[in-house]
Design a protein around this ligand. Structure first.
Ligand SMILES: [Zn+2]
Length: 443
């Protein structure tokens, strides 16, 4: 007797074959691709050629994967400085798609794809879905934004290539999202974790229990989230929540994905070569040591990225995964070096605040971090929603929760934090990437 296909992950999907390449074969392929891509960047991207020449390096000097460490880094500033098309390695006639990511200030970052690049992108996204146990029988609600943002179309083409039924609903209109999820027999959803939390809230207001629907998987990414947040989401929705990683500068979503073991994200290393460096010195760090993730695209034609500094903090996990994939894993990214807040000289990451909040009974996974300056001194305030039950309870319980949170925060952050408990649904919800930090110190 066979189970319904959506209740079982079954055997490995045929598209997963490259995930299991024997290591020597994978490394040969990586070196060959790396040599080609460095040659391509050198021949067609002026900025890269100039930096190589300044170091007295030629593409032919790259004889082993370790030699990559001698090559210059690329960073977000390079993309801004060469706006819009300065890092393209293909003529416009060969480029079939442009995407752009909104920078926090000024001009966006523009990225380009040839037909072959789109093919690679669809392929890695298809493989990513397959890693999560999705297949052609699944109905995938794609609530990533469609448009210049890479999330929507990236997930769309991968899911379609898998043969799944894709619902290109894009972000927003939450009531309609819930109606579709219920009426169309959706089995998997893609969006940011914060938007999914918003959907969960709204569903409960509408009296829809997602645990009673066929929904069994969520593929969540485009913003950092903690393991504690994952546990909450899985409990509340009755699904498996998989972390997907990617960035426009490299390709979009589909750089790395969690497998069933949910112990780190497998990087599609046949297309994206990872290194971990010390963010201060730029020196390579060994597996197991936390640092900044640097990625090199091994097959991208229109816009090869050599040693791109992602600002994401992670470590490569030593050893092999029980799932048998030979692709290396990285720890899930819960913080970016860009996210680091310096408060009264203390380094604070929003993920530290999130993990404290989620470990506490009585709070909801909705919070905001507000920074102000009073009498020249930085003040850190954390606003967090508490459950309706908590609010209707006696005042003493709220006071206890408040004091426990303040103590736990001080223990973890080494900083006295002002805690404000607010009623459910008072913190603004996000339909895309959430804005959890409000810094009012400069005003
Ligand atoms: Zn695995």
């Amino acid at each position: 007797m066979s189970k319904h296909p959506n209740q079982s992950n079954g055997p490995f999907h045929p598209v997963s074959a490259p995930d299991f390449l024997p290591l020597p074969q994978l490394q040969r392929l990586q070196l060959q691709r790396l040599q080609n891509i460095v040659r391509r960047a050198y021949d067609h991207v002026e900025l890269f050629r100039r930096r190589m020449d300044e170091r007295g390096l030629k593409p032919a000097d790259l004889q082993a994967l370790d030699d990559l460490a001698q090559l210059p880094f690329t960073d977000k500033g390079d993309l801004r400085d060469t706006y819009p098309f300065g890092l393209f390695a293909s003529p416009m006639k060969d480029i079939v798609r442009l995407h752009a990511s909104s920078g926090t200030t000024g001009k966006p970052i523009v990225v380009a794809y040839t037909g072959a690049d789109l093919n690679v992108w669809s392929s890695v996204m298809e493989r990513a879905f397959a890693v999560c146990g999705l297949h052609e029988s699944d109905v995938i609600q794609n609530a990533y934004g469609y448009g210049l943002f890479t999330g929507g179309l990236g997930a769309h083409y991968g899911a379609e290539r898998l043969g799944a039924t894709v619902i290109p609903i894009s972000g927003g209109n939450t009531d309609r999202q819930i109606m579709v999820m219920r009426d169309f027999g959706v089995t998997a959803v893609c969006c940011t974790p914060s938007y999914f939390l918003h959907m969960l809230d709204r569903a409960s207001e509408l009296g829809v229990d997602l645990r009673g629907l066929p929904l069994r998987a969520g593929v969540f990414g485009a913003e950092p989230w903690t393991t504690a947040m994952r546990v909450r989401i899985e409990e509340m929705a009755g699904i498996r929540a998989f972390d997907i990683y990617g960035l426009s500068e490299i390709i979009g979503p589909g750089v790395a994905i969690e497998c069933e073991c949910q112990n780190g994200l497998h990087i599609f290393e046949d297309h994206f070569y990872p290194e971990i460096i010390d963010p201060e010195t730029g020196a390579p760090l060994p597996d197991g040591v936390e640092g900044e993730l640097v990625l090199t695209t091994l097959s991208k034609q229109a816009m090869p990225m050599i040693r791109y500094r992602t600002r994401d903090i992670t470590a490569l996990i030593p050893g092999t995964c029980p799932c048998g994939r030979t692709l290396r894993r990285m720890q899930r990214i819960s913080r970016r070096s860009d996210d680091m807040l310096i408060i009264r000289g203390v380094n604070v990451f929003p993920s530290q605040v999130e993990s404290v909040l989620l470990e506490m009974e009585g709070t909801l996974p909705h919070y905001r971090i507000i920074l102000t300056r009073e009498h020249g001194l930085d003040q850190l305030e954390v606003q967090v929603e508490v459950t309706a039950h908590m609010f209707s309870d006696r005042v003493g319980a709220l006071e206890t929760l408040h004091d426990e949170l303040a103590d736990a925060m001080e223990r973890v952050l080494q900083l006295r934090t002002r805690i404000t408990l607010v009623e459910p649904r008072t913190i603004p919800r996000s339909e895309g990437k959430s804005q959890r930090v409000i810094d009012r110190r400069s005003s």
